[in-house]
Design a protein around this ligand. Structure first.
Ligand SMILES: CC1(C)CN=C(N2CCN(c3ncnc4sc(C(F)(F)C(F)(F)F)cc34)CC2)S1
Length: 489
């Protein structure tokens, strides 16, 4: 059993970030499993005290000494901890027989949380992810509900209930073999919640939202990593509370050093983003962290996750490493091409839309103003990666009930492709082996590996080679190759 142990209590009152680190380290390094309710309440109190309006006012008028926190008294934590346990135990009998959870039990825990939430509130607001928010404001966001269900099950002694995470949704796994799944929270806006149901076997399983059934299935310690990742340092739309950001970075390093981020690509990516802003002495650089997140997704999740590549692409973009950014984004597109676009996939749609219609056009603008030989407009591999990027989005659309592309995509796309001169485009040789039809099909989840894709050598781009691009890309590159074959065109 977890629990608020005397050795935890001895660490209070906590006056600085180091004290919080000690509590988390103590919870993570001891044999018994970390207490999710305790750690979520502590993280939530600290975040609330340092990001509330009064904190903002305070921050602006008097500089508080570095790394200091408002004193965290044990009483503040204990009251909320006991409250959570009594909410759970007054509605559901603790697991005296130490048996695995049932679907009915999971649904009842989800109902206790669900029915105790404020009737209507702005679900996307910041700071609604922790048990502190639940216990003091009866508000939780979508992730917060799923986390509270897992913490509730732990408090009741059901240690088989664990958090499962895709890139934009959370649910739980449970049962003797941890193979049962259940929805416990809502997703998106205006969608009827599917709480209690098992995770889609139908069409929804082909949508990015369920990552082709390759979610991050958390251990208790990875659930701590999830609550740490969910810490939100935002003071307002433009500023972060420095101490909260530093605490999150230190906690992520603690989890990283203990090996609990190995199978959690997004948490590694979050650490990479924090490291890029303020690198910590003696730690691996953020560039390596973004590579490790990609390795983790390839190694443990069959390369079905998009975000590791957009973490890396964003890093390259911010650091003006545009050739590398194109490669990361093309790799992200190679992941999404296997999925069918469904209306639940808005978040990743917005991600690709921003890359295609904001970031790439910005790069083309700044690059076409200069005439340096090193410009990406002279590099055929940039052209090849851009084609791969666009083609992945086109293939994502193919076979989907919901269209992806619309006229708003075409103008930036044409604008981008036409910035590359014919002599550069001619150096891209697109070889698409005529693989037998079924291998090409994305329905059975396989497709030619991308080294058949665009190898660069001197032969010309020939129209007949463009056999496997999506029609719109084919038309565009045919138009381009028309220019190549008839230069006076
Ligand atoms: C490359 C990016 C645009 C930068 N930040 C990204 N994040 C920020 C952090 N983030 C996350 N970071 C750690 N863990 C999780 S679990 C999760 C979720 F499944 F969607 C949940 F649980 F429904 F909210 C999201 C998420 C979501 C993705 S992707």
């Amino acid at each position: 059993m977890a629990g608020f142990r005397d050795s935890d209590k001895a660490l209070f009152p906590i006056k600085n970030i180091n004290g919080i680190l000690q509590l988390f380290r103590h919870q993570l390094e001891n044999a018994r499993e970390p207490d999710l309710a305790l750690l979520s309440i502590v993280a939530g109190i600290v975040e609330s005290k340092l990001t509330s309006r009064s904190a903002a006012a305070l921050q602006l008028c008097e500089p508080i000494e570095p790394n200091s926190l408002p004193v965290l008294e044990i009483h503040d934590v204990q009251v909320l901890y006991e409250k959570f346990h009594s909410i759970m135990k007054s509605n559901i009998d603790p697991n005296k027989s130490n048996s695995p959870a049932t679907r009915d039990l999971v649904k009842r825990v989800s109902d206790v949380i669900w029915n105790s939430l404020t009737r209507s509130y702005y679900k996307d607001k910041a700071h609604l992810q922790s048990l502190y928010s639940y216990l003091t404001g009866s508000k939780l966001d979508c992730f917060g509900v799923a986390f509270a269900v897992v913490a509730g099950c732990q408090a009741l002694g059901y240690n088989d209930v664990h958090l499962a995470l895709s890139e934009d949704h959370a649910w739980v796994v449970f049962g003797e073999h941890g193979t049962e799944t259940a929805e416990v929270t809502w997703h998106g806006k205006g969608n009827e919640d599917k709480r209690g149901q098992e995770i889609g076997k139908g069409v929804s399983s082909r949508s990015w939202l369920y990552v082709n059934n390759k979610p991050v299935v958390c251990t208790r310690k990875m659930e701590v990593a999830a609550l740490v990742s969910a810490i939100n340092p935002s003071l307002n739309a433009t500023h972060d509370a420095y101490e909260v950001s530093l605490l999150q970075q230190e906690l992520l390093w603690l989890l990283y050093d203990l090996g609990h981020l190995k199978k959690y690509p997004m948490a590694i990516g979050n650490l990479g983003d924090l490291e890029e802003i303020s690198p910590k002495e003696g730690k691996v650089p953020c560039k390596v962290l973004f590579e490790e997140a990609i390795y983790s997704a390839r190694n443990y999740y069959n390369n079905q996750h998009v975000y590791p590549y957009t973490y890396q692409g964003g890093y390259f973009y911010r650091n003006k490493m545009y050739k590398e950014a194109f490669e990361s984004w093309a790799n992200a597109s190679d992941v999404i091409r296997l999925y069918n676009y469904s209306r639940d996939d808005e978040e990743i749609y917005k991600e690709f839309l921003e890359i295609a219609n904001e970031l790439i056009p910005h790069i083309m603008k700044v690059e076409s103003s200069g005439f340096s030989a090193s410009s990406i407009l002279k590099k055929p591999e940039c052209f090849a990666n851009l084609l791969r990027f666009y083609d992945g989005i086109c293939q994502w659309e193919e076979g989907s009930a919901t269209p992806v592309l619309h006229i708003g995509w075409a103008k930036p796309l044409v604008n981008t492709i036409s910035k590359f001169d014919s002599d550069v485009r001619a150096q891209v040789n697109i070889i698409c082996d005529k693989l037998e039809e079924d291998k090409m099909s994305k329905k059975n989840g396989t497709y030619f590996n991308n080294n058949n894709y665009a190898s660069l050598n001197q032969t010309n781009l020939k129209e007949k080679d463009l056999t496997n691009f999506h029609p719109s890309i084919e038309a565009l590159t045919a138009a381009c190759s028309e220019k190549i074959l008839n230069p006076e065109y």
